[in-house]
Design a protein around this ligand. Structure first.
Ligand code: FES
Ligand code: FES
Length: 151
């Protein structure tokens, strides 16, 4: 089936299988490999992208359900995401970096709906993104820094 979607500002028409995941379309068809798939079953958050302004797990999202949607991935060059990238670097908010694309996209969705989140709001918004390296404190500080609340 044919699905039309906008990805990082560019229009795409993709012929997908009914059960095909958004993560597969992004990575294998559109070659946007910044989105990482780890668990593949909705528990780790590494595959998070922003779909029509909301963070979603692309490994659990059917591509066919995204017809007409706007998707942003870690390859997006928006100003808020650039600020988050700089803040993650400044706060050493990663070690191996595998979870980082998903962390960035959850943080982007948070800052777009809540530009100046409290510490509790940051922790709650990021709670679906696991980090095996345990960089949680740096991640929380980075999101605060990107919001203008530099530690
Ligand atoms: S890869 Fe999607 S939640 Fe883990
Ligand atoms: S930085 Fe390694 S999993 Fe988060």
């Amino acid at each position: 089936m044919q699905v039309s979607l906008e990805v990082n500002g560019s229009a795409h028409d993709v012929d997908v299988h009914p059960g095909e995941r958004l993560s597969t379309v992004l990575r294998d068809r559109l070659e946007l490999t910044g989105t990482k798939v780890s668990c593949g079953e909705g528990t780790c958050g590494s595959c998070t992208v922003v779909l029509d302004g909301r963070p979603v797990l692309s490994c659990l999202t059917l591509a066919a359900a995204c017809h007409g949607a706007s998707v942003r991935t870690v390859e997006w060059r928006g100003e808020t995401l650039e600020r988050l990238r700089d803040a993650f670097t400044a706060e050493d908010a990663f070690q191996c970096g595998f979870c980082t694309p998903g962390q960035l996209m959850s943080a982007l969705a948070l800052l777009e709906r809540t530009p100046a989140p409290s510490r509790d709001e940051i922790v709650a918004a990021m709670s679906g993104n696991l980090c095996r390296c345990g960089a949680y404190e740096g991640i929380a500080l980075a999101v605060a820094r990107a919001s203008g609340d530099a530690a």
